[in-house]
Design a protein around this ligand. Structure first.
Ligand code: ZN
Length: 435
């Protein structure tokens, strides 16, 4: 049978370490260990070294039975006896310990997994481990960067999505800053993030990418932003550009919202309030007509009759619905017919906002219709956007773009996490049912 020390060694699982003592600290378990090497060699000249005294370091390890663990590691100092050698003394290396680390490597890897894979706030993980914020963030950088940079993470991409997200919300004196996300539309993985949303920003990213990789991209889906359309040139001149259907419909929705606000203010002299007829129906107006119930349609018509005397909002609603119809059909020829009718109708409208919508649609006609021949859209990446939002929420306003990028790519970039052992499942009996 094992003695107590042998049992603790098995629990600890650090080969090459002797356990000296286990004792209670303040809300932590302290395990004092020391290295077992008795023979050392000089890393400079290779001569056999002379053992000196030991030095002590405290590091955090993985928690044990729910309790924080501190390792007190006693490492040996060695001395080189060779007079001509430049190396005088050194402290031995330990597998799980990096020179300046406050956590063991395995604890750092676990902290990185909790922040990166599970999108836990750095501060919360730091609190659990009993280390400071920077210790955890450094562990995320150290263990996460190789996962994100691994050449296996991003394979050949044929359908690329380009989309902007806000990075830092506007503050007094500072405008909202944006970043551009690059998405593999087929694998639904975030490839990269780059600061800015201007043409030059996209161009800079393309220029830094491998030309052979860029050459294999066939389709790029973007929103209706001139900056991105311009930024695809010259590196991505060979691709088929697609205007993402979600963003096309959003442009039509915005047009309708603008008309509603203006008509509302003209009719009532103030911005929308709860009891105003147009304000009350704003959500029904935005919903797709096929999803509006009969009661909803009645309320919508009533609201329009009361608040939209010149049928301006009704016109914008019809324009929005005809934009949506373009994406209902799968047939490219039919889609072209529907889009051209929509553009002509909008351009001839009396309402300025609707004419402007028509002009936007006309400018993007080729890209809008390319959806039907390429079947590319950012639509399937909704789930990805949720992952990005999780990261954003737990960071409560990132200051550092590199941290943000790393954490988004760890969460939404499908890195290959190191394998964890999968223990056998302990089964319970059937759960009780209350019939
Ligand atoms: Zn030496």
């Amino acid at each position: 049978m094992d003695d107590g020390i042998a049992m603790v060694k098995r629990l600890l699982g650090l080969p090459g370490m002797n356990v000296l003592e286990v004792f209670e600290g303040d809300d932590e378990l302290v395990i004092r260990v020391e290295t077992t090497e008795t023979v050392g060699w000089c890393p400079g000249c290779g001569v056999r070294a002379q053992p000196q005294d030991r030095t002590m370091r405290s590091v955090r390890d993985l928690s044990c039975f729910g309790r924080a663990v501190r390792l007190e590691v006693r490492r040996r100092r060695w001395r080189c006896r060779e007079v001509l050698c430049a190396i005088k003394t050194w402290t031995e290396d330990v597998d799980q310990l990096d020179a300046t680390a406050v956590m063991t490597r395995r604890a750092g890897a676990e902290a990185c997994r909790q922040v990166g894979q599970q999108a836990r706030p750095v501060a919360a993980v730091a609190r659990d481990f009993g280390v400071c914020w920077w210790t955890v963030m450094n562990a995320v950088t150290e263990h996460g960067t190789p996962l994100v940079d691994s050449p296996d993470r991003v394979g050949t991409v044929t359908k690329l999505g380009v989309d902007e997200t806000s990075f830092q919300a506007a503050r007094p004196g500072v405008a909202t800053t944006y970043v551009t996300g690059l998405v593999d539309l087929e694998r639904r993985a975030m490839i990269d993030m780059t600061p800015g949303n201007r043409a030059a920003d996209l161009r800079r990213w393309c220029a830094s990418a491998d030309p052979a990789w860029i050459a294999k991209i066939e389709v790029v889906a973007t929103d209706l932003a001139e900056s991105y359309r311009a930024g695809l040139s010259p590196h991505l001149d060979h691709v088929t550009r697609v205007a993402d259907p979600f963003h096309v419909v959003r442009v039509a929705n915005r047009c309708m919202d603008n008309v509603r606000r203006r008509v509302q203010t003209e009719q009532l002299g103030h911005r929308g309030r709860k009891a105003d007829p147009l304000f009350k129906i704003r959500k029904i107006l935005l919903a797709g007509s096929e999803r509006v119930t009969e009661g909803g349609a009645d309320r919508m018509l009533l609201g329009l009759r009361a608040g939209d005397p010149n049928d301006e909002l009704l016109g914008a609603w019809l324009a929005k619905e005809s934009v949506r119809d373009v994406f209902v059909t799968d047939d490219p020829a039919e889609a072209a017919l529907l889009l051209d009718k929509t553009i002509a109708g909008c351009l001839a409208d009396d309402v300025a906002e609707i004419r402007s919508l028509g002009a936007t649609l006309a400018r993007w006609r080729t890209e809008i219709l390319a959806h039907h021949t390429t079947d590319a859209s950012n639509g399937p990446t909704e789930g990805l956007n949720l992952l990005v939002k999780e990261v954003k929420r737990c960071g409560r306003g990132f200051e550092n773009f590199e941290h943000y990028r790393l954490r988004v790519l760890l969460r939404a970039g499908k890195p290959t996490w190191p394998n964890r052992p999968t223990p056998p499942i302990l089964r319970t009996g059937r759960p009780h049912t209350h019939a």
